[in-house]
Each structure stands twice: as C-alpha cells, then as structure tokens.
Design a protein around this ligand. Sequence first.
Ligand code: F0G
Length: 420
Amino acid sequence: MSAPRSWQRCDDCGHELDELDPRPRCPVCNGLLAIVHATTVSRQTFDQCASPSGVWRFADLVLPTAAPMAVSYPEGNTPLISRSRISDWCGIDELRVKHEGLNPTGSFKDRGMTVGITQAKRIGARAVACASTGNTSASLAAYAAQAGIPALCLVPDGQVTTGKLTQTLAYGARTLLVDGDFDACLRLMQQASVELGVYLLNSINPFRLEGQKTIVFELLRQLDWHAPDWIALPAGNLGNTAAFGKAIDEAMAHGLIDRRPRLAAVQAEHASPFAAAFAREFDQLVPVHADTIATAIKIGAPASYARGVRAIRSTNGVAISVTDAEILAAKGVIDAAGVGCEPASAASLAGVRKLRASGTIRPNESVVAVLTGHILKDSGILQQIHSPQSIAPDSANLPVRIGASVQAIGTLLDSMPIGR
Ligand code: F0G
C-alpha cells in the first residue's frame, strides 16, 4: 500500500494546494480550503495506534505525515457518559453526553489546536493568531506556548468570561480587547493575518477541522462503531458542525459505520442565523447582531455557513434555536447530575429536549449530545443568577450567609432534603 498522502482543496473551485502551502484561503477564488486524504483505513488502524492522544490516534484521517512531530498535550480521550437524570429530563433512554470540556484547556478546541499548531510549526509560522469568544484563545495560547510560537488573540471587550481570559493571559498570548463583537474581531483578524503575515488559527483553518473531526471518530469508536441516530452540538461559527459533517462523510466512505447519524446543530435564540436559515430551507444567511448569556456561541455571522449547510443536508440533520432560559435549565440538569458544563455546551441538551418534545427525535432513538466546555469556564454565571433580571431556574442553588456557629449549620441541615 502506498504511503498516505494529504493535500488542500478549495471548497468552491476545486483548486488544489500542497499540504504545506501556508495560504489561509484559495488563491484563485478566496474560497475555504479543506484537507483531502488519499489513504485507506479500517477500524483496526485506530485500535493499533499507540498514540496517547485521542486526536492523533486517528492520524491517518487527520494529518498522517505530521503525526511524528505533533505538538500534543495530549488531548481527547474524553468520556461518553450516561446519567439517568439527564436522559429522564429529555425523555430519551439511550442518551449519552460526550464531555469535551475534559480536554486539557477545558474545551473541544484543543482537538483542533493540536493539529493547527503542529501545522504552524511545520510551515515555520512566525506567529499564530485568532479571534475568539474565549475558548479558542485559551487553547491557542496553551498550544502556542508548548510550541514556542508567539500568539496573538483578539477578543470582544467585556464579552469573554473571566476564566477564559485568565487562561489566555496566563499561557502568555498577547491579548487585545477589541471594541466590537466576535464577528468584528474575526473580520479584523482575517484582514490583519493577510497583511501582517501571521498564521490564522480560527476554524476556517482546515487543519483545525481535521482535529475536531476526532470528536465524532472517538465517540463512534466508543460505541463500537454503532452509529447513534443523532449527534447534537452547540453551534456558533459552524466550524464544529462542518467538522462533524466531514467526519461522518469519511467514516461512511471508509466503511467505519454503515449509516449516518443525523446532526442537530443548536443555537441560542438571539444568535441563531443558521437555525433561521434552516427554517427557510437554507435560502441564504442573514447575519444578526448576536445576544445570549452563552457567550461562547454569541456569533451573528458564522464564517463556515456554507460548510454547515452541507453538513446538515448530508446527514439529513436539523438546525434549531433554544432560549437562554432553556439553556440555563439544561445546564441546571447537567450540573445537578454531577457532570457540569459551561452554558453554551448546555445548548446541545436543551436542543435535544426540544427536538424530543416536538417529535423530531423519537423516544427509542439513540442520541449523543456533545458538551463542548468545562463547568469552570463561566464562573460569571453565578452573577447572572444573583442579578435582578436573573433568568436562572428556581432550582438554582444559591449560597447562604450564616453566622459562624454550629447551630446555624444545624438549622440549615434540617432544611435540606436528605437522601434525595
Ligand atoms: N461551544 C463552545 C464551548 C465554544 O467555545 C464554541 C465556539 C462553540 C460551542 C461553537 O463552535 O463556533 O465551531 O460552531 N467558540 C469559539 C471560540 C467561537 O472563539 O472559542 P463553532
């Protein structure tokens, strides 16, 4: 068998570029680039791989030639969890959550970043950069630090949680607070990366998506390659939706699975141009001014819209929106089950419940809901709960102030439901 080979191809005009070509977009038509692999894999290929990384285990469908020099934490190998509280709440017996918040920097972004930074190193990038709602920047900062490459992050001023900003700064990325929203940051960063020659690592970077595909490969492998009926995920800029669609295409093409899971992309109500377009049979993208407590997905003009459309169409999937109150209610259930996640992640579960209630997901269907970020990513949510306009569910567990006495503790204990 010949050695595996990969190259880049433009989504729009089909123009092909070498694997090591550093240009961020198609030089002919400015379209987005995707990675193509000429290889043959089987389930055993991955079983036999000794890599400690849940991304590089799947190197043959990620970036085979780069695997020996990977900049890896390692990452991936996240659990697939069943909890009766969570499945009862959705009314679906066979519901699992895949907790991507358990990656090294607390989000799924690490899967794409190990590949993106490895590629940056291969091409000798003088600096790497991104625009971010906080998780990409935290991940970029960590992997750039490991690789010894200077990192630049543009984030919307006042709209990134303290935890995410703290990580980005602590790992040493030069961080710029921009007077504008995420969409403005991304526009600015795309322009700056071209003019200033820094390597852009937003999810339009095709190498990022190759890493993010492994969320799907890994969950399929955990299910012994029995594809679930549905995979639900939160959607913002649509990079992850695009990666999931590509992963499912490739898993089918290589005979790893024999049917396609349907994708459910879930957006927050006031940041849902993709769900709105889906409802109009994807006639066109109408950007919005985004607003939601789920700051990670507060995005109004998704850069990977066309890829997102393809992913939903090719999997017979759906795109829907849920309210902030529904997101917080879902987070309440996930947290109370002892699992925990950041608000944006809970959108996937809120979406599953809604799709079950509307009959789109049937009770006997199997579902994997992806939780994209860690519970500690958004400590500011406690302030939300305390604020006068709080939309937190009544079950929110607020702290209680007491005098320093055993009696006060005893009184409180008496009021608690014991052995629930
Ligand atoms: N969930 C979390 C926790 C995220 O941080 C993001 C995106 C998404 C879901 C949506 O993924 O954009 O590929 O559709 N966060 C980016 C960031 C925008 O900068 O951290 P998407």
